[in-house]
Design a protein around this ligand. Structure first.
Ligand SMILES: *Cc1c(COP(=O)(O)O)cnc(C)c1O
Length: 240
């Protein structure tokens, strides 16, 4: 098992390098290892193999693993929809919340940071580019209201954007979504956002991260290509 994880990881890293090369990029691309459904023991193996950034989609599941593994030398990213009643717990546990999807949630996070004396939390706005109401993510038309609030936040740090395109058999079909996210990032940058960084673009999963990198991804979220396939029943179990 251990060697399998290592060889998977080598392969993913190789593909990241090659895609970056194809795109003529030499900037850093952050690999978020999506560890949802996998036990802490597997994550320890992943740590031993050099992974230090983990993505979880459920607050409760992450809480148990963080209790076992800790937060030292690890960056924990929340990549799933955050229910408002779990926002306080999320502020306590995560370094980055990639799934900021409403003005209401941003307001809540800012207030909780003040109440809990947390100086800063990093967030990415998750945009629903497919306009699928069933999915989480903010609609593009609602983005300006969110970003003008983020501009005046003191604790919530607006560091980037995230997209989860519909699942296509042909990964190429995700390319326009990645391209659009990049355009929105560039537009926000021209409006003066992301002054202290690049404006992260979190896009690309196991089946399409190479395409996302060609389109400018600075953060890729890779689960099954590293850890192997997740069980279908595990996948269906949802907190929502
Ligand atoms: C599960 C998940 C991933 C990783 O998916 P894989 O196909 O296993 O790489 C990435 N992003 C989000 C938001 C997810 O929920």
């Amino acid at each position: 098992m251990q060697t399998e994880l290592r060889s998977n990881l080598d392969s993913v890293r190789g593909k990241i390098r090659e895609a970056a090369l194809r795109a003529g990029r030499s900037d850093e691309i952050k690999l978020v290892a999506v560890s949802k459904t996998h036990p802490a023991s597997t994550m320890r193996e992943a740590q031993a193999a050099g992974l230090a950034v983990f993505g979880e989609n459920k607050v409760q599941e992450a809480e148990g693993k963080i209790a076992e593994i800790g937060r030292e030398n690890i960056e924990w990213h929340l990549i799933g929809h955050l229910q408002s009643n779990k926002a306080r717990k999320a502020v306590e546990l995560f370094d980055v919340i990639q799934s900021l999807d409403s003005l209401d949630l941003a307001t809540r996070l800012e207030r909780i940071c003040i109440e809990e004396d947390r100086p800063a939390i990093s967030v990415y706005a998750q945009i629903d580019l497919a306009g699928e109401s069933a999915k989480s993510g903010i609609q593009e038309k609602d983005l300006p209201a969110l970003t003008s609030y983020l501009r005046v936040c003191r604790r919530v740090k607006f560091d980037g954007l995230m997209v989860l395109p519909p699942l296509f058999d042909d990964a190429e079909k995700a390319r326009p979504f990645f391209r659009r996210l990049r355009e929105i990032r560039d537009e926000l940058k021209s409006q003066g956002f992301f002054q202290n960084g690049t404006g992260e673009l979190s896009m690309g999963m196991s089946h399409d991260f190479e395409i996302a990198i060609e389109e400018g991804a600075t953060v890729v979220r890779v689960g099954s290509a590293i850890f192997g396939a997740r069980g279908r029943t595990e996948e269906m179990r949802s907190e929502k």
